[in-house]
Design a protein around this ligand. Structure first.
Ligand SMILES: NC(=O)c1ccc[n+]([C@@H]2O[C@H](COP(=O)([O-])OP(=O)(O)OC[C@H]3O[C@@H](n4cnc5c(N)ncnc54)[C@H](OP(=O)(O)O)[C@@H]3O)[C@@H](O)[C@H]2O)c1
Length: 308
């Protein structure tokens, strides 16, 4: 248990900083539900898949390769269905979409959990900065490709981060999505996480008048493989003080799982959650014009990508 947890109480949802994914789903039966989780082979995604499976859901678990997805799915029982989905490769994402459709799956929730953080050097995928492409564009292709498969009351959950506040002041640098004019590991991670948040907002706006919902979450700060690109000294310090000040993986998976399945948030849409409670993002994350522009720019990027 982290020391920090001792000072953080529970919020209006009845859950809080210290709640785990098992706790936020206690007493729930998810039998008959199908939930897709990206990045199922590691960290929060694996824990989310484990707990959702434990509660009876069939989880479609995606990873960069089928081998990774299969190993993770095998580890949580025989209900989970492994799928390959390399988010920086549109052909792989589209093949994943096709597989979900061909499998006849009706999705009760899609948890866009996979992500990369703070790449030390500028990298590109299809001419776009790699964190923006992986964290946002890859998930944009996936979710928009699966909208017809979403149940009438289906939920889309985007893993954002408190680090969305590190995005550039102007929000998204639409005129430099390749980061050619300047790259910073955290600024561009922040931009990708602001994009995750804005995508949830715009999707929620498009879902208005239906029972479908879209929300974004900050899971907390948790020591996972996400920090693999951080400098050695930072990783060392995290390792040392992590158990005292950071969330555990079961605690980190709680918010995404809560927003994906808890009856208490069935009608909440376009919101941002942290510690399994409503939270307030930075001001421009609530700007509908920015969210709409991101959607339109994302559509045009996707239209310019190779079909297969
Ligand atoms: N941990 C934190 O403190 C924290 C804080 C705020 C937000 N988040 C967010 O929480 C989410 C989960 O992170 P985590 O902490 O569980 O990290 P993690 O252990 O590194 O897991 C990330 C997952 O994303 C997958 N992934 C990375 N690049 C991918 C790609 N190109 N295509 C498909 N999958 C890819 C990874 O696959 P491989 O294993 O094959 O690389 C892995 O399964 C991320 O979206 C992250 O931004 C985490």
């Amino acid at each position: 248990m982290s020391l920090y947890q001792l000072f953080k109480g529970k919020g209006p949802s009845g859950f809080g900083y210290g709640s785990t994914a098992e706790e936020v789903t206690a007493g729930l039966s998810l039998a008959g539900k199908t939930i897709l989780v990206t990045g199922c082979n590691s960290g929060l995604g694996f824990e989310a898949m484990r707990v959702l499976s434990m509660r009876g859901a069939r989880v479609l678990g995606t990873a960069r390769t089928l081998e990774k997805a299969k190993a993770a799915c095998d580890a949580v029982g025989d209900q989970a269905v492994p799928l390959a989905c390399e988010l920086s490769e549109p052909a792989s994402v589209r093949t994943c979409v096709d597989a979900v459709i061909a499998g006849g799956h009706r999705l009760d929730a899609v948890i866009c959990n996979a992500g990369i953080m703070a790449l030390p050097k500028r990298e590109l995928a299809h001419g776009i900065e790699l964190q923006f492409f992986t964290n946002h564009i890859g998930h944009f292709i996936l979710v928009t490709g699966l909208l017809d498969r979403l149940a009438e009351d289906g939920r889309v959950v985007m893993l954002s981060s408190a680090a969305h506040t590190m995005a550039p002041k102007e929000g998204i640098r639409f005129d430099d999505l390749a980061a050619a004019k300047g790259y910073t590991p955290w600024g561009h991670y922040g931009q990708s996480k602001l994009a995750n948040l804005l995508f949830a907002k715009e999707l929620a706006r498009r879902f208005a008048g239906t029972r479908k919902t879209a929300n974004a979450v900050h899971p907390g700060v948790i020591r996972t493989k996400l920090g693999r690109h951080m400098p050695g000294i930072a990783r060392f310090t995290f390792g040392l003080v992590g158990p005292l000040v950071l969330k555990s993986v079961p605690q980190g998976a709680a918010t995404e799982v809560y927003v994906a399945v808890h009856p208490g948030v069935a009608t909440t849409s376009g919101a941002y959650f942290a510690d399994a409670n409503l939270a307030t993002p930075r001001a421009d994350a609530d700007d509908p014009a920015l969210a709409k522009k991101l959607w339109e720019v994302s559509e045009s990027i996707v239209a310019g990508l190779p079909a297969r």
